[in-house]
Design a protein around this ligand. Structure first.
Ligand code: FES
Length: 103
C-alpha cells in the first residue's frame, strides 16, 4: 500500500490484548486508545498525548505508526517492542501486552 493510499483509505484492524478477553477493532485513522475507549475497553492512560508514558505496553505482533515521535517513547523503548497507544495508529492487526490488564 502506498503512503498516499494509506492516508486516504480507511482500513479496519483487530487488536487483541494478551491474557484477556479483550478484542476490538480500530481504524487506520484512529489511535488504539481512542478505539478502545469508544468500545468500552479501559486501557490505562493519562495525558492522551504521548507525554506521560502511562499507556505504554508491548507490541507482541503488528505495527504501530506515529504522526510524530512521541516524547515518552525513547528509541530504546521502541527497539524493545514498546508502544504508546494514545498516539499510535495501527498499520496491521495487533497483539498487545499491557501489564495492568494482561497480568
Ligand atoms: S497516555 Fe500519556 S503517553 Fe499515552
Amino acid at each position: 500500500m502506498s503512503e498516499l493510499s494509506s492516508r486516504t483509505q480507511r482500513t479496519l484492524y483487530t487488536v487483541r490484548i494478551k491474557n484477556t478477553e479483550h478484542q476490538f477493532t480500530v481504524g487506520s485513522d484512529e489511535t488504539i486508545l481512542g478505539a478502545a475507549l469508544r468500545q468500552g475497553v479501559e486501557l490505562p492512560w493519562g495525558c492522551g498525548s504521548g507525554v506521560c508514558g502511562v499507556c505504554m505496553g508491548d507490541i507482541l505482533q503488528g505495527k504501530l505508526e506515529y504522526p510524530a515521535p512521541p516524547l515518552a517513547l525513547f528509541e530504546e523503548d521502541e527497539a524493545r517492542g514498546k508502544g504508546l497507544f494514545c498516539v499510535g495508529f495501527p498499520r496491521s492487526d495487533l497483539l498487545l501486552y499491557i501489564p495492568e490488564m494482561s497480568g
